[in-house]
Design a protein around this ligand. Sequence first.
Ligand code: GDP
Length: 195
Amino acid sequence: LFAGDSEFVKGVVAMSGLPEADRIEVCFAGRSNVGKSSLINAVTGRKGLARASNTPGRTQEINFFTQGPELYLVDLPGYGFANAPLKIVEKWQKLLKQYLSGRQTLRRAFVLIDSRHGVKPVDDEIMSLLDSSAVTFQCVMTKADKVKAKDRDRILSQVRQALSKHPAAYPEIILTSSEKGDGIPTLRSIIANLE
Ligand code: GDP
C-alpha cells in the first residue's frame, strides 16, 4: 500500500470539494505546532510537501496527498488555536465532523500528541469525535527527541490513561521524532498494512 511518491492533490474547504473516494486513506490530526507537517514530510520523505499551517486563516483546509497509486494521506487542519475566531472554529468543526463520519475509505486517524505535553482537553475532544464517528484512531507521539526518558514515561502513562476512555482508540502508541527519524518506518509499515 505504501509505495511510490507523494504528491499534493488539493486543499478542501467544503465536502463538495473532496476527491473521489477511490483509494484507502489515513488522516493526521493534531494541535497546531504539534509537528504534523514535519511528520507528514518525514513519512513521505518529501521535505516541504506539507506546510506548517500556522495561521488561523488556514485552519479550515483539509489537504490531500497521494502516496503511490493506492493511498491518500490526509492532513487535517491543526486545532487549538488560542485566538482563532469562533466562526472559523465552528466552520472547521462542521467540515471535520462531516468528513469523519462520511468517508467510507478512511481506515485510520493518527492523532498526534506532543511528547512533552501529553493529551490536552482539545485532543480529548477530537478523540471523542472520532469515537462518535466510529473512526479507529492511533496516537503518534511527536518530538520524542525533546524529552528525557523519565518525563516520556510519565507522559506516556497519561496518554494511556486518556486513551482508555475512548472506545475508538487503538492501544499501541507510536513514538516518533521527525527530526531524528525515530518511529517513521514503524508508522509507514502500520499504514502499509492497513486493509
Ligand atoms: P504543525 O503546525 O503541527 O504542522 O507543526 P510543524 O511540523 O510545523 O512543527 C512545529 C515546530 O516543531 C517546528 O519548529 C518544527 O521544526 C518542530 N518539530 C517538529 N517535529 C519535530 C521533532 O521531531 N523534533 C524536534 N526537535 N522538533 C520538531
